[in-house]
Ligand binder design. Structure first.
Ligand code: SF4
Length: 351
């Protein structure tokens, strides 16, 4: 889809944007359709990438980048709920080997961890970065250089961790880096709390979407994430449908490396607080059954989770196993390798 300035302005920042229905059925990608270069290179050649960058940067002047719609002038020095300014703050940029295996390959996923967050869950495992904003402020040229450094180090992709509130900076950095030879796929690694209108702006730029779907009940998202995000389930679901429309099923090349597509994460929580059954049912009903799903067992009582009775303990093996059972009953078939390994261990222990 070509996003023109007129379409963008009409659909997004300054209008009271509705979550316009995105088609749930995506085009099917196959090995035959693996592109020989990332999507943003084509947009750069056509000149459209420049236009997207300008559109995104304009949003910072009255920030409606995410569903909070703070309408603060970040270029003028104001900050909103995410606490981010006009420049990105980066905690680290490094090859990472703890991500999903199709992202890691042999040489690692080139992660750039952005500080601050627009969701800030009480159980955040990265709370010094996301809640406290630890990191170093960088200009877009430096951000572009980080991307190129990760490419020089042999990483398989640029993995943007918590990118939502700095998306315009990222787009500008991609444009700068592309001119200097960046050719790695872009991974958009997000909490999922996104505006559909902003995700549309990334159409043809992001190759791999890696959203969380953390909660399926607004009562739980309002309790365990930043105040006022009772709309997390519906908002994130709409964003994921748009991601699926853009990139479709995950495509992996002959080396086992992800090249394009959608990968969804879901962390199992104690006492079924994440709504894992509803999660797998939603995926099964709205996305292809072979959508790549990472059902994660690595719940930890982190940050302020100990203040909440329902989540101040580890998950039991059964809580993880029932989530995997529900996923299979729903018909899902494409599971993360580490989910399967954890399942195997838990089942052996239970038998
Ligand atoms: S990105 Fe930050 S400032 Fe902008 S709307 Fe979201 S929370 Fe508010």
């Amino acid at each position: 889809m070509t996003v023109t300035r007129r379409i963008f302005l009409r659909q997004s920042a300054f209008a009271t944007g509705s979550l316009a229905a995105a088609p749930a059925v995506a085009r099917t990608a196959t090995d035959d359709t693996i592109p020989d270069q990332p999507a943003y290179v084509r947009l750069a050649v056509s000149g459209e990438l420049d236009e997207r960058v300008d559109m995104a940067l304009s949003v910072l002047e009255r920030c409606t980048l995410c569903p909070h719609r703070c309408e603060v002038d970040r270029r003028g020095g104001q900050t909103g709920l995410c606490a981010a300014g006009a420049r990105a703050t980066v905690y680290s940029h490094t090859p990472h080997f703890g991500e999903e295996l199709p992202l890691v390959g042999r040489r690692g996923s080139g992660t750039i961890f952005f500080s601050h967050c627009n969701l800030r869950c009480v159980f955040c495992q990265n709370w010094p970065i996301a809640h406290e904003g630890r990191g170093r402020e960088v200009g877009d040229h430096r951000l572009a250089e980080m991307m190129l450094e990760l490419q020089r180090r042999g990483c398989h992709n640029i993995n943007l961790v918590t990118p939502t509130h700095v998306m315009p900076n990222i787009l500008r950095a991609i444009r700068l880096a592309e001119r200097r030879g960046l050719r790695l796929p872009i991974v958009y690694n997000t909490s999922g709390y996104e505006r559909v209108e902003m995700i549309r702006l990334l159409d043809g730029i992001v190759d791999i979407y890696l959203p969380d779907l953390k909660f399926m009940d607004g009562e739980q998202s309002a309790r365990y994430a930043m105040d006022g995000v009772g709309d997390y389930p519906e908002t994130t679901q709409q964003a994921i449908l748009e991601m699926q429309r853009q990139v479709g099923r995950l495509v992996i090349d002959s080396r086992g490396i992800a090249r394009r597509g959608l990968m969804i994460r879901h962390l199992v929580m104690p006492n079924r607080m994440a709504g894992s059954k509803e999660f797998v049912q939603w995926v099964a009903e709205n996305l292809p059954l072979d959508t790549y799903v990472n059902i994660m067992p690595q719940w930890r009582v982190e940050h302020r989770a100990f203040e909440f009775d329902q989540i101040s303990r580890a998950i039991t093996p059964n809580e993880f196993l029932e989530a995997m059972d529900w996923a299979r009953e729903a018909g899902l078939s494409n599971f993360d390798q580490r989910s399967l390994a954890a399942e195997s261990v838990f089942r052996r222990r239970a038998s």
